[in-house]
Design a protein around this ligand. Structure first.
Ligand SMILES: Cc1cc2nc3c(=O)[nH]c(=O)nc-3n(C[C@H](O)[C@H](O)[C@H](O)COP(=O)(O)OP(=O)(O)OC[C@H]3O[C@@H](n4cnc5c(N)ncnc54)[C@H](O)[C@@H]3O)c2cc1C
Length: 452
């Protein structure tokens, strides 16, 4: 077991950790040393199956949709920063991505057409959210991340890959370092915790152990919807990312589409105790199908406020029923209250892009309220996206977004434990690549400003 000393310790090499390092280097931290830890591999050793861990984090093999309008998950920082100042940081993130080779076209393409689409949605009691975005594509994004890794390493950042940090070293109520799984110690008086969604539960555990304050927030639970690409074509061409919000008839809950992948593929995310579904597109756009997440916002109030536990227990149940694989069901089968089988799935006009699934019954895995919301929500969406409510539409479960441990932070992104900062998805202040990147920059600024 060894002990090493650095000035800045950054746990997690996802977008939040990468941009925090970048900002610290930019601020010329005067010979101060930066250690960047990731439980996964450095980029060149990272396998395709390692979707959640390794340099670049969940961003590396993601679809690479980059959003630059401070809406939706970006709003999760607004208790810490003025929206106009946040926009300036997002603009910087955009410029940094461009410097590392992102040159994809911008959405929305035609403002007039988009205005009419917004109006049409309004007339049907549906909200269409419009944001400035670029789509990089999974394959191209990896090149961008490779340049980013090289940039950081060339400038002296020490990357400890395959190094899982398991604990903090705390003395007199302030953090003075971290410990890895093998017992090696790394001393430093600024610790940034950015472990992403894959390890949000670990951040909570650390929080409980050291009295770092946090509050539960909403989670989103639902399905990944796959359909012929023609169904979403109009939206994809104008906006690329389609965020449509509806309120459901029976429960008056909000259901929304997000993470839409035009001509994309459905993917699996593997967590230690369960699996979830997600989606991505390659930049060549060859798939005949498109997909998006269709999820229901779940806010829990006392006495059961731990929405992470609730969402994870649903994901575990779905994983059990799917035999360790995502459950796939044809919408017509769900509407008729029967399970899907491979022979019933063959009757669908949509060929599943993810084959390693278990045909089954989503209503056996998701709570009744969410299943009703999915059925009613798709009906409503069909008014602005004809064809989405067709019997051939495919539903994959579980699609679960955990954003519920919102760490209590100062505007400098410091937690209630001295010297410990947090950012990115695990801290509950972002839910996207650009959001995580922006909060990483905010944390770097906070850390570098504080006097030792
Ligand atoms: C399949 C998929 C597709 C997506 N598509 C998009 C998209 O198109 N656009 C978009 O904006 N967002 C997308 N997202 C979400 C986006 O990737 C995340 O919001 C973003 O990566 C969060 O950044 P982060 O830095 O907070 O965490 P992460 O990217 O999750 O990175 C956290 C890193 O920390 C490491 N880590 C965790 N715990 C420890 C520990 N204890 N010790 C050491 N290392 C640790 C992990 O290995 C990981 O590399 C997608 C996500 C997935 C899974």
């Amino acid at each position: 077991m060894k002990t090493k000393k650095f000035d800045y310790l950054i746990v997690g090499a996802g977008p939040a950790g990468m941009f925090a390092c970048y900002e610290l280097l930019k601020r010329k931290v005067d010979g101060k040393t930066i250690a960047l830890f990731d439980m996964g591999s450095r980029l060149e050793d990272r396998k395709k199956s390692e979707v959640m861990t390794g340099f670049g984090g969940a961003g590396t093999y993601s679809d690479g949709k980059l959003h630059y309008t401070p809406k939706l998950s970006h709003e999760r920082t607004f208790h810490l920063i003025d929206p106009d100042d946040y926009q300036k940081i997002l603009d910087e993130v955009e410029k940094i991505f461009a410097d590392f080779g992102v040159d994809s076209e911008y959405f929305p393409k035609n403002a007039e057409e988009v205005e009419e689409m917004v109006a049409e949605a309004e007339r049907n009691d549906v909200e269409l959210v419009v944001r400035k975005a670029q789509h990089v594509g999974t394959d191209k994004l990896k090149e961008v991340v490779a340049k980013f890794q090289k940039y950081l390493l060339d400038r002296g950042v020490t990357l400890f890959d395959k190094t899982e940090i398991v604990d903090l070293i705390v003395k007199k109520e302030e953090a003075v370092g971290v410990v890895d799984k093998k017992g090696n110690k790394y001393l430093g008086n600024r610790v940034l915790l950015v472990p992403g969604r894959v390890n949000a539960a670990w951040l909570q555990k650390i929080g409980k152990k050291y009295g770092i304050k946090y509050q539960y927030d909403m989670v989103e639970i639902g399905v990944r919807v796959e359909f012929p690409r023609s169904v979403m074509k109009r939206y994809a061409e104008a906006l690329y990312e389609v965020v449509l919000k509806v309120r459901t008839k029976t429960f008056d809950d909000v259901m929304r589409t997000f993470c839409s992948c035009p001509n994309g593929l459905v993917a699996v995310e593997t967590y230690p105790e369960y699996i979830c579904v997600n989606g991505h597109s390659l930049s060549d756009h060859l798939s005949l199908n498109s997909n998006f997440a269709f999820v229901c916002e779940v806010h829990l109030t006392e006495p059961v406020e731990n929405s992470i536990d609730y969402a994870e227990s649903i994901a575990k149940l779905a994983t059990t029923i799917g035999g360790g694989k995502p459950i796939l069901q044809r919408l017509k089968d769900l509407q008729r209250g029967r399970r899907s089988t491979w022979s019933r799935l063959k009757k669908s006009m949509v060929r599943p892009s993810l084959k390693d699934v278990t045909p089954g019954d989503i209503s056996m895995a998701l709570p009744h309220r969410i299943v009703v919301n999915i059925l009613e929500g798709l009906e409503k969406l069909d008014t602005v996206m004809p064809g989405i409510n067709s019997g051939s539409t495919l539903l994959y479960a579980p699609e679960v977004k955990l954003r519920s441990s919102k760490v209590a932070l100062t505007p400098a992104m410091e937690t209630t434990l001295k010297n410990v900062y947090a950012a990115g998805d695990a801290a509950g202040v972002s839910g996207s690549i650009t959001g995580a990147a922006a909060t990483g920059i905010m944390a770097a600024r906070g850390m570098s400003k504080r006097k030792t």
